[in-house]
Design a protein around this ligand. Structure first.
Ligand SMILES: *[C@@H]1O[C@H](CO)[C@@H](O)[C@H](O)[C@H]1NC(C)=O
Ligand SMILES: *[C@@H]1O[C@H](CO)[C@@H](O)[C@H](O)[C@H]1NC(C)=O
Ligand SMILES: *[C@@H]1O[C@H](CO)[C@@H](O)[C@H](O)[C@H]1NC(C)=O
Ligand SMILES: *[C@@H]1O[C@H](CO)[C@@H](O)[C@H](O)[C@H]1NC(C)=O
Ligand SMILES: *[C@@H]1O[C@H](CO)[C@@H](O)[C@H](O)[C@H]1NC(C)=O
Ligand SMILES: *[C@@H]1O[C@H](CO)[C@@H](O)[C@H](O)[C@H]1NC(C)=O
Length: 550
């Protein structure tokens, strides 16, 4: 804008257009749409073989035949996917479809007939109340050939991934107005067990409806952890039954901007049915201003600096009693056994300003060492949640500051210079998650998904034993600049690039670089996938520039 303004002051309008035409025309040429794939799967399966032989699909005649075990999770998924396949393709295709079907293709040698019955074979029993976990088995096979039309998986979670891939294999053939599916063999499993999306619901309150939509989109990308960064300095929208004052006083609005217990339950259940874990984060001791509005005496009073309150006050025994009661409730509300305890960006200046803290540190014999005070806090908190059966995850500062952590505490790496941190943390035996290069709030302009796609969790020097400690990673949607109006389009399809990095194989684990062939193939699949998400009511933004979603 500023540049345009400057130009406008020195040129009249026709000259301006001529100038723009010459500069843009000479320097880049027109940016043309990328040709989308037809039936390309995102994230790319580990092994996929397709031929040019094809079936047609008429959704109203398509049947899933359960040939193995089932339970309500699978039964409901079959209905969901049947609806997706039926509803998300252009209506004119479906209308003209039945008339043209048999006559058009029977003579063609590539045509294998209409796919009417798909076997759905689950090898292991599943129960209606199964919950997804870290290390659940998500592997599956798809066989679509003249003699065998089968989805097969060991667990119901693998079958959910199979259904997603199957639904993506179906594409519209515009010339003949048919839905088609090529002969396909897929043998697939994820590269990493933890493939997450972080959503911050504190900077802006995100209504339940948009969280559910986010979960839908996550399942279309085989992401399996909803990291719910539920509260922060700005607001406390979680309704606690043991401490209702937290949201009564700490939320933007005590009713309109609060997740009631049944909202939370609905979100957990919706995610569970899609094989998504809901891992909540209650970040302490920093990022807790909103907590202090409901519960007095838990934050450090800053003395002589502009902020009135700082991080939680470790010198006050009441703080740990409160946290113990609070996390007792949390351990009952969330079935997920991993909990994110935060621990990032603790400002030390407020602690430094408070004489009570200074005195307390003397009794601990850690005078002047604020990292040690943070360690003291985090260690106590880890003990509190551990006895409640929860496994802690912490942001990298906790490790960077030298807190003694057990080798089951997961370190979440988010800062720049991640190759160094990943190396150090895994060398120390800590499991790690990566987010540094997947911050969705950092906008990189046109095609910025490519930056996400170039980033790899194995991109650090380290032994294969160290690399085994990489559990995966998360794309992070911090919500300072995002509310319900732009959330979906900000996240998708950019997070699809992260989803693929976390699911699909790489050619060389010691040098995990993406070559231009891989990048181009992703661009084509992403073009189709973005359009596919749009047809499923996910308002994903254009992936790579000019495009048309048929
Ligand atoms: C699917 O089959 C069509 C022809 O029937 C062919 O043009 C297309 O390349 C095939 N797709 C793949 C991924 O093999
Ligand atoms: C998942 O199940 C498949 C099929 O039974 C098996 O081959 C594979 O090793 C299992 N994967 C994991 C990670 O347990
Ligand atoms: C059909 O394909 C599935 C999945 O690969 C396989 O497990 C099954 O044995 C096949 N059935 C036949 C009859 O070949
Ligand atoms: C220090 O602790 C005392 C006793 O608990 C309390 O009354 C006082 O407000 C505290 N001062 C500050 C600056 O936190
Ligand atoms: C405090 O730490 C110093 C230095 O590590 C040590 O020499 C001293 O014995 C400690 N005192 C107490 C009371 O722990
Ligand atoms: C944690 O792992 C490191 C590196 O493998 C090892 O040296 C250390 O002994 C382990 N710590 C514990 C408590 O098991």
């Amino acid at each position: 804008m500023y540049i345009l303004f400057l130009i406008r002051r020195t040129m009249d309008i026709p000259k301006l257009f001529l100038f723009a035409f010459l500069v843009l025309g000479i320097s880049c040429g027109p940016l043309l749409p990328i040709e989308p794939t037809k039936g390309g799967v995102v994230p790319l399966p580990q092994n996929v073989r397709q031929t040019e032989e094809f079936f047609t699909v008429n959704p109203s005649l398509l049947q899933f035949k359960i040939t193995g075990f089932t339970c309500s999770i699978l039964d409901e998924a079959l209905i969901r996917y049947w609806k997706l396949i039926s509803n998300s393709h252009s209506s004119h295709i479906l209308r003209r479809f039945s008339h043209r079907l048999e006559t058009l293709w029977t003579e063609r040698s590539l045509y294998l007939g209409r796919l009417d019955v798909l076997n759905v074979h689950l090898d292991e029993k599943c129960k209606d109340d199964d919950i997804p976990k870290l290390f659940m088995n998500e592997s599956y096979r798809i066989e679509i050939s003249a003699t065998n039309k089968t989805l097969r998986a060991t667990t119901v979670w693998g079958m959910l991934r199979a259904l997603e891939s199957f639904s993506q294999l179906i594409y519209e053939d515009e010339q003949t107005a048919t839905l088609r599916l090529n002969s396909t063999h897929i043998d697939d499993y994820p590269r990493f067990p933890h493939r997450g999306l972080l959503l911050d619901t504190s900077r802006h309150f995100i209504p339940v409806k948009y969280i559910l939509k986010t979960l839908d989109a996550m399942s279309y990308n085989k992401l399996n952890v909803f990291h719910w960064h539920i509260v922060d300095d700005q607001s406390f929208p979680f309704k606690s039954e043991s401490y209702p004052a937290l949201s009564d006083k700490g939320a933007y609005h005590p009713v309109e901007a609060v997740y009631q217990p049944d909202d939370v339950e609905q979100i957990i259940e919706y995610a569970r049915k899609r094989g998504i874990r809901v891992m909540v984060e209650f970040d302490t001791p920093g990022h807790t201003l909103s907590w202090g509005r409901g519960i007095s005496g838990i934050l450090t009073k800053c003395v002589g600096i502009s902020d009135e309150y700082g991080p939680m006050d470790p010198s006050v025994p009441k703080v740990f009693q409160f946290l113990s009661n609070f996390f007792e409730e949390i351990s009952k509300v969330f079935p997920e056994r991993y909990i994110h305890l935060g621990g990032d960006e603790v400002p030390f200046d407020c602690w430094q300003s408070n004489p009570n803290i200074t005195k307390f540190m003397q009794t601990l014999n850690i005078t002047g060492d604020y990292a040690a005070l943070e360690s003291y806090f985090i260690k106590k908190l880890i003990d509190i949640v551990t006895i409640k059966g929860l496994n802690p995850i912490v942001w990298e500062e906790v490790f960077d500051n030298g807190v003694k952590l057990s080798n089951s505490t997961i370190v979440h790496v988010w800062k720049d210079g991640y190759t160094n941190t990943m190396n150090k943390a895994t060398k120390a035996g800590k499991p790690v998650l990566l987010s540094s290069c997947w911050y969705l709030d950092h906008l990189g302009g046109l095609k910025d998904w490519q930056n996400f796609y170039k980033c790899d969790p194995y991109d650090f020097p380290g032994t294969s034993a160290q690399k085994k400690l990489v559990l995966g990673g998360e794309a992070c949607m911090w919500s300072e600049a995002v509310n319900k109006n732009n959330l979906i389009s900000r996240v998708w399809p950019r997070a699809s690039a992260t989803a693929e990095k976390l699911w699909s194989s790489i050619t060389d684990i010691d040098e995990p670089v993406v070559d231009s062939t891989q990048m181009d193939y992703m661009a084509k699949r992403l073009e189709e996938h973005t359009c596919r998400m749009n047809k499923r009511n996910i308002e994903a933004e254009p992936a790579s520039g000019p495009s048309f979603c048929y």
